[in-house]
Design a protein around this ligand. Structure first.
Ligand code: XMP
Length: 319
């Protein structure tokens, strides 16, 4: 589409103008936004860009391997794979307040970036895939008074502390426009179609205290849910779908035995830009089949609920 083609050319021109011959590091989360930002910047300035993929131990099943493989197979972008799970999970031990989680993760991202930026001689810029809704949601909500609903960990504060200047080529775009730009840049369809995934990752899908056990269970349940959605050909109709593991265990019965395991909530919404959302109207048959699969296939979960809250008054994520 010619509008995106010219947007792309203009964005590339601006990046070159801002960066000149200096170096940029880009935090790659594996999500669509940071990937499109990285590919766009790479097209603008080539190997002056180095990507840092931070594995904070809060990614989905096999996600780190998939992201790294996708960038190594499809692009020649210099990529550092930072396995920092111990650092993040250690700092999150005993933390249950959502804002403390978000701020802890945000702060550690700064530390990790400082560490890797220090290894890249003379990096002066930090690239982020910040979108327009991220910018406005962290300032105000629904045109009302200025209230922070959630601290988005990819907005604000980060670059000053690092002594880096920001490059945010997607700051004026909505999600559907980022996807169009990604297509324009030749990113694989399967990748562009991926549901959004928040920077703080599974931390905000694990209300209450985060433990490695819970994360393990959550990853498996989430993978079953997404598998169900793909099998029923619903993935592209849904804006975002995931499982949250609840901080409560409930009594169940399996075979002749009593179980006492975690309950989980399925969440799936439709949305245009993430600012408002409706829960997805699955059939009862789909929901029943999915609950049965999760409880049979995932040790540690014995109860499954479906979240039917729209946004507002709910938010998409649980924290
Ligand atoms: P909420 O939960 O606020 O989410 O309705 C709206 C959209 O934003 C995503 N989200 C985030 N994305 N950093 C991100 O990059 C964050 O800290 C963050 N928090 C929420 C969420 O997944 C949904 O798509």
């Amino acid at each position: 589409d010619w509008t995106m083609a010219s947007y792309k050319d203009e964005a590339i021109r601006k990046i070159r103008e801002q960066v000149g011959d200096r170096k940029v590091i880009c935090g790659l989360s594996g999500g669509v936004d940071s990937s499109v930002a990285a590919v766009l910047i790479h097209e603008a300035i080539g190997d002056q860009l180095t990507c840092v993929f931070v594995d904070h131990g809060l990614l989905r099943l096999n996600e780190a391997d998939e992201v790294v493989a996708m960038f190594r197979d499809n692009y020649n972008i210099p990529l550092i794979h930072a396995d920092e799970a111990d650092l993040f999970l250690g700092a999150l031990e005993g933390v249950s307040d959502p804002e403390v989680k978000r701020k802890t993760i945000g702060r550690l991202f700064i530390d990790v970036f400082q560490k890797y930026a220090g290894e890249i001689d003379g990096a002066e810029f930090l690239a982020q895939g910040t979108l327009y809704p991220d910018v406005i949601e962290s300032v105000s909500f629904s045109g009302g008074p200025s209230v922070t609903i959630k601290s988005h960990h990819n907005v604000g504060g980060l670059p000053e502390k690092m002594g880096l200047k920001l490059v945010e080529p997607l700051r004026e775009l909505f999600k559907d426009e980022v996807r169009a730009l990604g297509r324009e840049l030749g990113l694989p369809d399967k990748f562009i179609g991926r549901h959004p995934f928040p920077g703080p990752g599974l931390a905000i899908r694990c209300p209450g205290e985060i433990t490695r056990d819970k994360l393990e269970i959550l990853r498996k349940a989430d993978a079953v849910f997404i598998d169900q959605i793909r099998k029923h050909n619903l993935y592209d109709e849904i804006w975002q779908a995931f499982v949250a593991i609840l901080p409560v265990r409930t009594v169940g019965v399996m075979g002749d035995g009593r179980t006492y395991d975690y309950a989980c909530a399925l969440r799936a919404v439709t949305s245009v830009d993430g600012m408002t959302a409706d829960y997805y109207p699955f059939t009862h048959e789909f929901l029943g089949e999915t609950a049965t699969r999760i409880i049979n296939e995932v040790k540690g979960i014995n109860r499954c609920t479906y979240d039917i809250t729209s946004k507002p008054p709910g938010t998409i994520e649980w924290e």
